[in-house]
Design a protein around this ligand. Structure first.
Ligand code: AMP
Ligand code: MG
Length: 395
């Protein structure tokens, strides 16, 4: 049995081998950029005026001139005009090109404009209110590196570069697979010995905040059938996520069926509760997570292992663990990493986690009350005291 950290290392060292696809700009939000973006021109591309007001030759101001004759008005989008004389000024609007022969801009708030004359009422510095050509980036500079997940500011940048299409990684194809002969579809009326399947939909919902393409499947508790079905899934999907069938039961066939398909076992079992029987393996093309079927186990393993894997592959920035304070002392004896369902209360700005009563890892209804899990470190000590700071994983 391996530790949580070793399990995570063994998972996170893998990459998805995804192809590049070009998508229209409008469909690129949330996708992983697969090309470097280079500035096609300087940013800004010209000396850009940043205030509505007048542009003057600063030497005239230095020589004592305070009232300037308005020569003309140049708006944003107009061709660059030329100051004909240092006694003149040009009225200029935000976003316009700084006129030739001018070197500073004075905003309307610092002027009195009367009878075609602009009089300056404030101190003026050279080059003020000018966003200099190439100040942000120079033509040819790398402005966005491949591997980032495209957000709104990235798209604004891509738009300004005229990228109508962007190269992105194709969406990972993910199969979420339930197993168990007691499970029926949500549309069915279960017989007394049956239940409706729920885990796979929780996993699918947790993956929804990522950009992956998900399909659901079910495998009956039968080795031959599992081997056949898994062979097909390995052909058609990048990542397989199983829920159930990985424990010690006589009908837990998933690990054997995976091995029969030459999926290499990377690990089976993690020193944790819940979710101890978790299995992870790979082929040259696929990654396979096989999560224990108890609903709380499936949920916790998805949050703790599957999501971080996708976040890493998809370039989603990962914050450090969120920390909370144990609001109540907890006694836990087994030498396992313990994930405890908690409710969070904010007490004077500090977040306290209060353990919730529940009926074990089959009690998925208890998750409805929980805000998340806290992670109690493995320890020789069986007592985790109120006030201890612990990692928190939101639901
Ligand atoms: P297993 O890991 O297959 O031994 O399943 C452990 C427990 O989780 C059993 O009580 C199953 O009925 C339950 N279970 C397994 N898969 C699901 C599922 N997809 N939805 C709801 N419960 C499940
Ligand atoms: Mg089962």
């Amino acid at each position: 049995m391996i530790s949580v950290e070793t399990a995570l290392d063994l998972i996170l060292e893998n990459k998805l081998s995804l192809k590049k696809v070009a998508v229209p700009f409008e469909e690129a939000f949330g996708r992983v950029l697969a090309e470097d973006l280079i500035a096609d021109r300087d940013f800004p591309p010209y000396d850009r005026v940043t205030m509505d007001g007048i542009a003057i030759d600063f030497t005239a101001y230095l020589n004592g001139t305070r009232a300037f004759k308005i020569q003309e008005m140049q708006g944003a989008g107009d061709l660059q005009s030329t100051l004909q004389s240092p006694e003149n000024c040009i009225e200029i609007m935000t976003g316009g090109v700084l006129p030739r022969n001018t070197s500073t801009v004075i905003r309307y708030e610092d002027l009195t404009v009367e009878n075609g004359l602009a009089t300056i009422n404030a101190e003026v510095k050279p080059n003020q209110n000018i966003h200099t050509k190439g100040q942000d980036k120079k033509a040819g500079d790398l402005v966005l590196e491949k591997g980032v997940r495209l957000n709104a500011s990235h798209l604004a940048l891509a738009a300004s570069l005229g990228k109508q299409k962007l190269e992105v990684l194709e969406l990972p194809k993910v199969a979420i697979v339930s197993s168990g002969d007691e499970l029926v579809e949500i549309s069915e009326n279960p017989l007394p010995h049956q239940i409706r399947k729920s885990n796979v939909y929780a996993v699918g919902a947790l993956l929804q905040k990522l950009d992956v393409s998900v399909e659901y499947f079910h495998i009956a508790d039968d080795l031959e059938n599992s081997i056949k079905k898994i062979a097909e899934l390995l052909q058609n999907f990048d990542v397989l996520i199983f829920s159930g069938g990985v424990s010690m039961g006589k009908k837990d066939f998933i690990p054997d069926a995976l091995k029969a398909n030459r999926v290499e076992t990377i690990f089976h079992k993690i020193a944790q509760k819940p979710g101890k029987p978790m299995w992870f393996g790979k082929t040259a093309k696929n990654l396979v997570f096989a999560l224990p079927g108890n609903p709380v186990s499936t949920y916790l393993c998805t949050i703790r292992y599957v999501l971080p894997f996708f976040e890493k592959c998809l370039g989603i920035p990962k914050d450090d663990f969120q920390k909370v304070i144990l609001g109540e002392s907890v006694v836990f004896k087994p030498k396992l990493r313990y994930y405890l369902q908690v409710k969070i209360k904010n007490e004077k700005g500090a977040l306290y986690a209060f353990p919730l009563e529940h009926n074990g890892s089959g009690d998925f209804i208890s998750l409805v009350e929980a805000d998340g899990f806290v992670e109690l470190p493995n320890s020789e000590n069986e007592l985790f005291e109120r006030g201890q700071i612990v990692n928190f994983f939101a639901i």
